[in-house]
Every structure is written in C-alpha cells, then in structure tokens.
Design a protein. Structure first.
Length: 181
C-alpha cells in the first residue's frame, strides 16, 4: 500500500475520534470556597500599612483567603508595632485568625499576649482593633508589675492599662498607705 493511501484511511478515523465543539466549550468549575487561596509552611510575613510596619507574623503553617481577607495560622508568633515603629505587643498561640475585613485577631490554644506593661495567659484571646479592646472569655492570668490577677472574662485594652474580670483572685504586694480603711 502506498504511504498516501494510509493517510487517507486514517483521516476518517481521526475525524471520528476528535473532540466535538460542545466538549471544547465546557466551563471549568470554580474552586470550592473551603480551600485557601494560598498555603505556606514555616513562614514569616511582614504586614505594612502605607510605609509603616504594622505586624510580623511567624507561623508553622499559614492559610490565606484573599477574597474574605482572612488568614489562619498555626503555632504562631504575631508581633505588633505602634505608629512610631516600636514593638507594642506579642501574641503567641497555637492557632491565630487574622480577620482583616473586621480588623480583629483571634488567638486560641495555649495563648499569651505580652506588652511592656504586662502579660495575659489564657486559652482564648479576642482583640478588636477597631475599639482597641481585648477580651479573654475563659480562665485568664494577668501579670502586671509583679502582681498576678487570675479570673474569668477579662476585658482590657492593648496597653493593659485597666482590667475588668470576674471571679478574681490576686497575688502581690499590698501597701496599706494606698488605701483608706
């Protein structure tokens, strides 16, 4: 058989097996909303607002959802900086959620919040940065100036300048001159 004849015999077979037009126009389904847009391991992320460093987050694993402006991080250290560029606080937690859409940070697991003025140790911290309010709805230990407050349902600000708590116990040095009896 001549080589040209072989091609002529294969041509109808190729047409029969080729894709139909409707198969070429199939739409690709969108990704499932539960999947992150980006997943990183052993990551360090610097977040800037304008030209100023706002925070540094270091995590063993980080998942980002750009459309929802959410970030989930595991085994985390989150260092926040004030408007002068000085370190203002450090959050350490097993799991941290940064919700940029609502301007909130959620830390859970073995969680701590540390500032130059004191330290919070608890299992859950919620920081509403819109109102500069930190709440710890579970058992909490607050250490300030060598004094320890223990209780539940802490409410304070990012500088730990005040503390409202339920079921409070305390340890520290008491000076009688500071109080009228």
């Amino acid at each position: 058989m001549k080589p040209g004849c072989k091609i002529l015999l294969l041509l109808p077979l190729l047409f029969a097996l080729s894709c139909k037009q409707e198969e070429l126009n199939k739409q690709t389904p969108t990704m499932e909303r539960g999947l992150p847009d980006e997943t990183s391991l052993n990551v360090k992320l610097n977040e800037y607002k304008d030209e100023r460093l706002e925070y540094i987050i270091e995590a063993a694993k980080m998942e980002r959802y750009t459309d929802r402006r959410m970030m989930y991080a595991y085994k985390v250290t989150l260092s926040s900086y004030d408007h002068t560029g000085s370190l203002s606080s450090v959050i350490k937690a097993d799991t941290t959620i940064v919700d940029d859409a609502r301007n909130m940070i959620f830390a859970s697991g073995k969680a701590s919040y540390k500032t130059p003025d004191g330290t919070i140790s608890t299992s859950r911290i919620v920081w509403d940065r819109n109102f500069d309010e930190i709440t710890a709805p579970a058992y909490v230990e607050l250490l300030r100036s060598g004094d320890v407050l223990r209780g539940r349902n802490l409410r304070t600000d990012s500088k730990l300048s005040y503390a409202e708590m339920e079921e409070v116990t305390a340890e520290g040095i008491f000076d009688e001159k500071d109080y009228r009896w």
